[in-house]
Design a protein around this ligand. Sequence first.
Ligand code: FES
Length: 151
Amino acid sequence: MTAAWDAARARALIEDHRPVRGGLLPALHALQRDFGYIDSAATPLLAEAFGLSQAEVHGVIAFYHEFRRTRPGRHVVRLCVAEACQARGAEALLAGLRERLGIGLGETSADGAVTLEPVYCLGNCALGPAALIDDELHGRLDGAGLAEAIG
Ligand code: FES
């Protein structure tokens, strides 16, 4: 479970990484680990700490797709959509989520329960379709297994 945005906590996390050369990326990871996303209010704090413009910080956040800019749902499903998993049923899982929750890749369900994100190979190709659900690797996923994992 991630914490609600807290500027004081964010400042402390950023300060932990400020003395480190190349500390911006670790700071971003720390913010996302704690809050689940990078709040826009973090941008000026990061810019000041690392001697960058806000545009430069924004550019880094936008470049790396793993950084979220909005709060995720209570469950995060990172579904593999690479070739081997596509061949083993990832499309059917996507269709099921679209039908059941009304979401596609990169979206969060209206009730805030599930965020669906694409990933491109989790190294679990032989056991596809694969997904990380709340950071836990699942293989041979079917609709029932996915429904059970996200409640
Ligand atoms: S293609 Fe999905 S885990 Fe490798």
